[in-house]
Design a protein around this ligand. Structure first.
Ligand code: PRT
Ligand code: ZN
Length: 288
């Protein structure tokens, strides 16, 4: 497979990050087909190949420039120590790397694990955490099924990824300490050459636009004109909200954007200012 100035982006072939990664690429306007057992696919509308890999290999491929961009959990970046640029946190694939102990145990803090065994698939991250906390514990490296290590008496505790917490509950374990938080992350090779830079920059702008769109809602409402000053503080928009006169000269219509996480608070305050007819719609793309 020749690069020929074509950008390569590496995504997880089959796993928890696959769907979110492909959704993001499609929302970035990339047109491509995916088939089962595919190893790579070529975009129809950009000079870009998508490589489908095991997630563990993605940091290394991006570090050495085999792939120009990649999508991988930040947990794997922390563990691999790969020298790549972290460009964007992608708002999916959320989990925490946590130290967990048997529910019935008396461990109260990480200090209680001195002299104990901790099983993990993340030895480098765990060793750093133990050293930072001055805890001298033995790290047992397991490739999978870490959660059964305490029941098998292979270890006293585990350090593993947790998302819903149901695996811990099923195995009668509880979180003792959170080591780090993770989410899918867009990474870029440090070795990007001049010819590719322009497309990489365009792709980053698009990825940003997709993420920003998800973080905002478009909001429209009617308001007594005399309360406009208060409303402008609530929904400042990008630069300033759009204000449209209505048939009733004492009323105006206001159009703006509002952050998803402030949404209900803002709606309540708009109502408090005499706002009515509040309409909200999703934003497909948002470029500032
Ligand atoms: O084949 P390949 O090597 O590509 O896949 P994989 O099996 O190594 O990875 P995969 O698909 O399991 O995870 C890919 C990435 O998803 C991880 O590197 C994380 O960034 C992210 N992620 C998010 C998770 C989880 N949530 C998660 N819950 N990765 C793994 N888990 C596992 C965890 O290890 C534990 O076994 O799920 C179990 C706990 O889940 P809950 O929901 O019961 O708490
Ligand atoms: Zn993996």
């Amino acid at each position: 497979m020749q690069s020929n100035g074509t950008i390569r982006i590496a995504v997880q072939r089959s796993g928890r990050l696959s769907e979110g990664s492909l959704d993001l690429l499609k929302n970035m306007g990339l047109q491509f087909e995916t088939y089962q057992n595919r190893l790579f696919t070529r975009c129809r509308n950009e000079s870009l190949d998508i490589l489908f890999l095991r997630d563990d290999d993605i940091p290394e491929y991006v570090q050495n420039g085999t792939a120009d961009l990649g999508i991988v959990g930040s947990n794997l970046l922390d563990e691999s120590g790969a020298k790549v640029e972290r460009m964007l946190s992608l708002d999916f694939g959320f989990c925490t790397l946590a130290i967990a102990v048997p529910e019935q145990s008396n461990y109260k803090s990480i200090a209680d694990l001195s002299g104990k065994k901790i099983a993990t698939s993340y030895p480098q991250t765990l060793k750093r955490y133990l050293a930072d906390n001055k805890v001298d514990a033995e790290v047992i490296v397991l490739k999978g099924c870490v959660e059964i290590a305490p029941a098998l008496q292979v270890a006293d505790a585990i350090c593993d990824l947790v998302s819903t917490g149901s695996t811990l509950r099923t195995n009668r374990l509880k979180v003792l300490e959170v080591v780090s938080k993770s989410q899918a992350t867009l990474i870029c090779t440090p070795n990007r050459s001049g010819g590719k830079k322009e497309l990489i920059d365009r792709l980053l702008l698009r990825a940003n636009g997709v993420l920003e769109a998800g973080a905002f809602k478009y909001i429209m409402f009617n308001l007594p004109e005399k309360r406009l000053k208060d409303a402008k503080v609530l929904v400042p928009g990008c630069d300033s909200p759009t204000v449209i006169p209505l048939a009733d000269p004492q009323m105006v219509a206001v159009h703006s954007v509002v952050e998803e996480e402030r949404f209900w608070e803002v709606v309540e305050k708009i109502k408090g200012c005499g706002g009515s007819g509040i309409l909200v719609s999703p934003i497909e793309k948002f470029i500032r």
